[in-house]
Design a protein around this ligand. Structure first.
Ligand code: ADP
Ligand code: ZN
Length: 657
């Protein structure tokens, strides 16, 4: 998107903008208005020829004006109007300008013949005149309107073709201009600071140097030091890369250009390169400033690899131009390039060379503390009740990235608003979490009772296995409310925050994942398609345990991770391939049997959970404890310790009073 500001500075030709549409609109409106006014004011009554002749014989006709040889306009004498013989005519309303009656003449010569014979027979004197009239606006509508429509259509198509979402930047004249959004003090100001970025302490420290440089460049250049031209932020989507780059601009109080790598890509040849050129031109004018390119992999993919020859010329040109521009400016100009990607491995080597994106900052998904900090930032913006605590929420959201946390907070606020609450409470957050994890609730999805029973036993099977396996993650809740696409129910667990996982834990997880199908087998002696995603997961886990983590005795301590693996190009022999396949099958079968054995032993508990699920649809950990007793393993979570402390304190209070 181009913004007003850039346009003025480029001093380019003045372009048609939305105001011209207003002019077209006004012209059309005026035309319509004229048409309507004229149509309304001529209320002349239609009569037939014989009626006309009667009036003529009575001697009440003052004159007849034949317009365009097709319409006879009849004007009555004043006496006739006053006499009241013609009640359908409003008195005095008609002037010389408007006839009282009119009728359509068929054949003009026939009309004159009739009139002549009328005159002769009845000896009346008729004043007949001919007139030609044209509508002055008719040519306007006939000629100009189509042009207006055509021009409008053309502009519309041009806008669509160049892919501009809005504003003048999308027009054909601007196709080679960069679509970067500029934030500076003249329009949208960057008011993001490091305080808005929670966690990411190491990353912040790294970029602090950039901020310092932008604030007082002399300090660095006088010593001959070189500041990196480009900083590459590497991390999964939603981990706050854009936010961090913005915060750098906000802290340094410099303009911030933001553009996505895919914005350079266009169907016309040469456009990408020209957009890169334009972006850097703008940036140099605004220096010192920060240019942020999101998803740089869209243009920065390694050149000439895998692609069909010639197929990707346009992208390569764009990348080349980017490299040229990066070499072309020296850092003391004060333009710093920041880019984000989650695939640094596919970037072209030339981009990562010194003098280009030579500094890489990895941004991980936040850990427990990070999530707590991010929740604190986002809870500040919403009105919460007294029971909301960021650390509890952080515990409930393992694996969430910053964007998802922001989403949960927003979702909870919306839900609370829908329920007409004064403040957002824990219940709203629970609901929001369900929604973010599982997708929208499908209240009206029709599920037959027998299907529901299968789903309930399937989910209960997962839950029971998790409950009685020592190394499985503790359960948070089980539900059989259908959600999103194809989700009929799920069990949510609280994974431990750990960086290495032991074999036992992986095997227990596999056993738990097979628990769904095992329960179906034991209870109904049949299996269903409902376990497809479970099997998917288990298969992937088994392959990675054996072929990546070296956790199988027969295959041994080898890892084939990241090696190209296609039909013709395996990093291992056919024998090894056979062993891997066998071992994967063996491992999955074992866990399936283990799950069946466990569930047969705990058949009563399984029934209890499944029935409770059928009744309530959702079971929390506390419900499960009530039904089948406490879990024999696992230390209580922080959340539980806190709840326990609260209960203790209350008991203490009660004792005292
Ligand atoms: P990315 O660019 O990595 O895809 P963004 O920077 O666009 O992610 O993050 C999206 C949103 O997520 C941000 O606008 C912010 O609301 C939230 N967010 C992500 N990480 C953090 C964080 N560390 N602190 C606070 N908010 C965050
Ligand atoms: Zn399942």
């Amino acid at each position: 998107m181009e913004n007003e500001n850039n346009k003025k500075e480029n001093g380019g030709p003045k372009k048609l903008n939305f105001n011209s549409y207003w002019i077209y609109g006004i012209i059309i409106l005026v035309l319509i208005a004229i048409q309507m006014i004229t149509a309304m004011s001529i209320q002349t009554k239609d009569i037939s020829q014989s009626q006309f002749e009667k009036i003529a014989i009575a001697g009440d006709v003052k004159k007849v004006v034949v317009v365009n040889k097709s319409i006879a306009n009849i004007y009555l004498t004043e006496d006739a109007v006053d006499s009241g013989r013609y009640p359908d005519i409003a008195e005095g309303k008609f002037s010389e300008l408007h006839p009282h009656y009119k009728y359509e003449i068929g054949e003009i010569s026939y009309f004159y013949d009739r009139v002549q014979s009328l005159k002769d027979k009845n000896n009346v004197n008729l004043d007949i005149r001919a007139d030609t009239q044209t509508n002055w606006y008719a040519p306007l509508i006939g000629w100009i309107l189509p042009f207006v429509l055509l021009i409008g259509l053309w502009l519309f198509i041009m806008k669509r073709m160049s892919g501009g979402g809005g504003g003048p930047g999308g027009q054909i004249f601007n196709i080679g201009k960069s679509k970067a959004t500029l934030f500076d003090n003249t329009n949208a100001k960057v008011n993001v600071t490091f305080a808005d970025v929670a966690g990411l302490d190491e990353a912040k420290e790294e970029v602090m140097e950039v901020v310092d440089f932008l604030k007082n460049p002399k300090k660095y250049t006088s010593l001959g030091g070189k500041i990196p031209k480009g900083v590459l932020l590497v991390g999964l989507p939603g981990t706050g890369k854009t936010l961090l780059a913005k915060a750098v601009a906000g802290e340094a109080a410099v303009p911030f250009f933001s553009i996505s790598g895919s914005d350079f890509v266009e169907m016309f040849v040469g456009v990408g390169a020209s957009r890169v050129r334009d972006l850097f031109k703008q940036a140099r004018e605004k220096a010192p400033c920060i240019v942020f390119i999101d998803e740089i992999d869209a243009i920065g993919r390694a050149r000439g690899k895998g692609a069909v020859q010639g197929g990707n010329d346009e992208r390569e040109n764009t990348l080349n131009q980017l490299l040229v521009e990066m070499d072309g400016f020296s850092t003391d100009k004060g333009v710093i390039l920041m880019a984000a990607t989650n695939r640094p491995d596919i970037l072209d080597g030339a981009l990562l060379r010194p003098g280009r994106f030579d500094r890489q900052i990895g941004i991980d998904r936040p850990d427990l503390q990070g999530r707590e900090a991010i929740f604190k930032v986002h809870l500040k913006n919403i009105k919460t009740g007294p029971d909301m605590e960021a650390d509890t929420l952080a515990e409930m959201t393992p694996g969430f990235a910053g964007a998802e946390i922001a989403n949960v907070c927003n979702e909870a606020a919306l839900i609370a608003a829908r329920r007409n609450k004064k403040a957002v409470d824990m219940d709203d957050f629970n609901y929001a979490l369900d929604r973010v994890i599982g997708g929208l609730e499908k209240k009206n999805k029709l599920i037959s009772p027998s299907e529901k029973k299968i789903i309930a036993y399937h989910e209960a099977g997962h839950a029971i296995c998790g409950w009685f396996l020592e190394h499985a993650s503790p359960l948070v809740k089980v539900t059989i409310v259908p959600r999103g696409v194809g989700t009929l129910g799920y069990a949510q667990y609280l994974p431990k925050e750990e960086y290495i996982t032991r074999t036992e834990a992986l095997l227990d997880r596999m056993c738990m994942t097979m628990g769904g199908r095992a329960a179906e087998r034991i209870v109904f002696d049949k299996i269903s398609t409902g376990a497809q995603s479970d099997l998917d997961q288990v298969t992937k886990m088994a392959y990675s345990m054996i072929a990546v983590y070296g956790m199988n005795e027969k295959v041994g301590n080898v890892s084939f991770h990241g090696m190209s693996q296609d039909q013709f190009n395996k990093p291992y022999s056919d024998d090894t391939a056979t062993i891997i396949d066998q071992e994967v099958r063996l491992m999955i079968d074992n866990e399936y049997l283990r799950a069946q054995k466990l569930l047969s032993e705990k058949r009563e508990e399984l029934n209890a959970l499944a029935n409770a699920l059928l009744e309530n649809e959702v079971l929390l950990k506390s419900d499960v404890e009530r039904l089948i007793g406490k879990r024999p393993y696992g230390e209580p979570s922080r959340m539980e310790l806190k709840a326990q402390a609260k209960v203790n304190a209350e008991a203490e209070n009660n004792k005292e009073s």
